[in-house]
Design a protein around this ligand. Structure first.
Ligand SMILES: [Mn+2]
Length: 326
């Protein structure tokens, strides 16, 4: 717990008249939960301040979490404190006006590859940014109020970014903050009814794509989804990328790679793993992220094959040195 850092952030927020909150592009549950959750906490706690969420994209599939509200005008940025949540690098902020405020505060749990902002609170290894926002709010109960709406947003982000408390960043504190949010009246059945539902066309896509999973000698599972297949099935990049989840229950397979061809011809890679750290691998291909959950980009079949071969070497070496782990 970084109490001093949290106190410093609270001081800045208390002093601000206008606070604008942004997250990363192509948002997930944690990005939406932390941005809208923090906005709600600040609206309730400081009714005299003007609080905005300002983001350029949103996902229809996350609409059950609620809407963003009105976006600020350029004039609103004058003197404003801008906070980014869940966003490691400034180029991924879903708001090109982020630098128009008086100051910029970064709150995040990704590797701090670009320590941007005038003030930042980054804790790599935390399950989610939502967990950090929950901790922040609960640390100052006299000043910050978490209502049911905020608690629901933060709980949703904690659950989604921790893979329902399964990923290795899940700590005792993750469960404590989730419990504290539940005590504020989170409707978990409503959340789960929305979070893990798939349209029939997506289930059909999964059924089809499972048969195309390939495995290397040591058990790296991988899939390539071409641009033409993606278009034929009318899949967004996000929908196509999410199939790592289908691989992680394969016994003996500890690294899961999905290569999805973008419209511009580059190939986006989603890397996931259990036990084996893959961040350095992702960073060699222009990416990064968490120890066991990363993104990267390759530009042709050759680079893709090399990345798979490097993942295979990594897994082979890991299995040799940890023969009893899996
Ligand atoms: Mn996150």
């Amino acid at each position: 717990m970084q109490t001093e850092k949290m106190r410093e952030i609270l001081d800045h927020l208390r002093a601000a008249n206008t606070i604008i909150i942004s997250r990363h592009v192509r948002p997930d549950g944690d990005a939406v939960g932390s941005s809208l959750g923090l906005a709600e906490i600040l609206r309730v706690s400081f009714p005299e301040k003007r609080i905005f969420a300002d983001n350029e994209d949103f996902y229809e599939s996350l609409a059950y979490l609620g809407s963003e509200g009105d976006r600020p005008t350029d004039a609103d940025y004058a003197g404003a404190t801008v906070v980014t949540v869940d966003c490691a690098t400034s180029d991924r902020i879903s708001n090109r006006r982020f630098s128009m405020g008086k100051e910029l505060i970064k709150i995040d749990h990704h590797a701090n590859v670009e320590p941007y902002g005038d003030l930042s609170w980054v804790e790599t290894g935390r399950s989610s940014t939502c967990e950090m926002i929950a901790e922040f709010a609960l640390a100052f109960p006299e000043e910050l109020t978490v209502n049911q709406k905020a608690a629901t947003l933060l709980y949703a982000g904690i659950v989604s970014d921790s893979g329902r408390f399964r990923y290795r960043e899940t700590a005792p504190s993750t469960l404590r903050y989730a419990a504290a949010m539940m005590e504020k009246g989170v409707d978990t059945q409503f959340l789960y009814a929305n979070m893990y539902l798939e349209e029939p066309r997506i289930l059909q896509f999964h059924a089809q794509i499972v048969r195309k999973i390939q495995y290397t000698e040591s058990g790296v599972a991988w899939l390539h989804i071409s641009r033409s297949y993606r278009r034929r099935k009318k899949l967004t990049m996000q929908e196509a990328s999410e199939v790592n989840n289908l691989m992680e229950s394969t016994k003996g397979s500890l690294i899961w790679l999905v290569f999805v061809e973008c419209d511009d011809g580059s190939i986006r890679v989603r890397l996931r793993s259990r036990f084996v750290e893959i961040r350095a691998l992702a960073e060699r291909y222009g990416g990064g992220g968490h120890a066991c959950a990363c993104g990267a980009t390759v530009h042709n079949a050759q680079e893709e094959a090399t990345l798979i071969a490097e993942a295979e070497a990594l897994l082979k070496q890991f299995k040799q040195s940890h023969p009893t782990l899996f």
